[in-house]
Write a protein that binds this ligand. Structure first.
Ligand SMILES: [Ca+2]
Length: 444
């Protein structure tokens, strides 16, 4: 792995910075990889590593600071006053330690929407949120978090809250009102909790669950159809049957399959930390790798993504493995070219024409922003080296990219573990800001 990375495609020796980067990465790997999203990691000590930008398309502006450990960004056009037509664009910023802040995008006025007691060690915390697609008529906010539950020390929960009806109420200090737990599952370890929840275009709630943690999926949850860990679930939380907190959608793939939990939409995932739907309704998942391969998957109904038989395109812990019935990744990157992949979005905005229709993603430890080529976004493409998927590096930032966001105009944002939200903007015509590495501050 290291040897190939230290040679370029023609077998030439890599430049000295690349050698230095590898050494830093290997040194950092001990804490940063083992404890990704760990509160105890002093993020100020994580270096900004050099990366090469081969297609400079984007720059980064700091939109907000002092938001420790951003885990999710969700935009919503919120009624200015209850029952009246005017709307204000609001960004909800989930933070790992258990807080969600609101920021009114135009004025940057901000405040707290909710605070919750969560477990924060390792990869636990408040990890994701999804507002009802019927908002503002339905003001339910669904939140994914890991908490203590009775004698259970680690439990992933999807809780429902009711958010205030207007921006006016937010400004007055109104908080989200807590409601019931709609879904929960005990976690055997502190890592690989998944954490994202999102409504699909079908208005079903998709819940990403990791393999439960430790390393290598020691209990084989990913391939165990009788368990929910290591799966993408699809639940009907908007209109559940009477007496139930969620329903099983009638077209879930395994409703009548013996030995399968009916909640399962797809299986064989290691840690689907971030996922999104594109305008065509396709589900894109960034699945964080174990020790060699980071991957991006396009996930269809009933797919088996392979973990832990396979890590990306490779057999895991075996020279040979069955691949029948396993959906191969759309894109992989080998360590240390990527070490903790953070899934993003297909860009469907207008500001950056060259990005339209391309899947954009980042990495927690490497300061690149990449985009799949149009061909790789559209279908399965092999690189010259035999790996699936082609991408270019379109910009360099100075953050620890823990999550991305998409606003209602289709423009993309980045949330990081240096406490910031960055706006992704077109590179200036001189091209200087696409590779500067520093995020410009857009505050007046
Ligand atoms: Ca896989």
């Amino acid at each position: 792995m290291a040897r190939t990375w230290l040679r370029d495609a023609r077998g030439q020796k890599a430049p000295p910075w690349r050698v230095a980067v590898l050494l830093v990465l290997l040194a950092a790997a001990g804490f940063a990889l083992a404890a990704r999203l760990t509160s105890r990691v002093p993020v100020a000590l994580v270096p900004v590593l050099p990366v090469e930008v081969d297609e400079p398309l984007v720059a980064f502006e700091v939109f907000a600071r002092d938001l420790p450990e951003v885990t999710d960004l969700q935009f919503v056009d919120w009624p200015e006053r209850e029952g009246q037509p005017g709307r204000r664009r609001v960004l909800l910023v989930a933070q790992k330690a258990g807080q969600i802040d609101w920021i009114e995008v135009e004025s940057r006025q901000r405040g707290v929407l909710l605070r919750e007691q969560v477990r924060t060690e390792s990869e636990m915390g408040l990890l994701g949120l999804a507002l009802s697609p019927r908002f503002p008529a339905d003001r339910r906010l669904f939140v994914d978090l890991v908490a203590v539950a009775g004698e259970e020390l680690r439990q992933t929960q999807v809780r429902v809250y009711t958010v205030p009806a207007s921006v006016e109420a937010l400004r007055a200090g109104a908080l989200a009102a807590p409601g019931p737990i709609v879904f929960h599952i005990d976690q055997p370890y502190s890592n690989h909790n998944g954490g994202q929840i999102a409504f699909g275009p079908d208005r079903m709630l998709y819940v990403g669950l990791g393999d439960g943690g430790a390393g290598g999926d020691p209990h084989g949850y990913g391939q165990n159809s009788g368990e929910l860990l290591g799966k993408m679930l699809r639940l009907d939380v908007l209109d559940p049957p009477p007496g139930r907190s969620y329903g099983i959608p009638a077209d879930n793939p395994f409703i009548v399959a013996p030995g399968y939990r009916p909640e399962i939409w797809a299986l064989g995932l290691r840690n689907p930390w971030r996922f999104s739907f594109d305008g065509a309704g396709q589900l894109w998942v960034g699945d964080v790798g174990q020790s060699e391969v980071e991957e991006i998957d396009v996930v269809g109904r009933g797919d088996n993504l392979g973990w832990n038989v396979r890590e990306g395109h490779r057999c895991y812990n075996a020279d040979d493995c069955a691949s029948d019935g396993l959906r191969p990744p759309r894109y992989v990157a080998l360590h240390p070219d990527s070490v903790c992949l953070t899934g993003g979005f297909v860009y469907e905005g207008r500001a950056i024409a060259a990005l339209r229709g391309r899947y954009v993603f980042c990495d927690y430890l490497l300061p690149w922003l990449r985009a799949l080529t149009p061909e790789s976004t559209a279908g399965d493409v092999m690189r010259e080296d035999g790996l699936p998927g082609k991408a270019t590096t379109i910009g360099r930032h100075d953050g620890l990219c823990s999550t991305m966001g998409r606003d209602p105009d289709g423009e993309l944002w980045l949330g990081d573990f240096r406490g910031r939200v960055l706006r992704i903007v077109p590179v200036r015509p001189d091209g200087a800001d696409g590779s500067s590495g520093a995020a410009a501050d857009s505050n007046p």
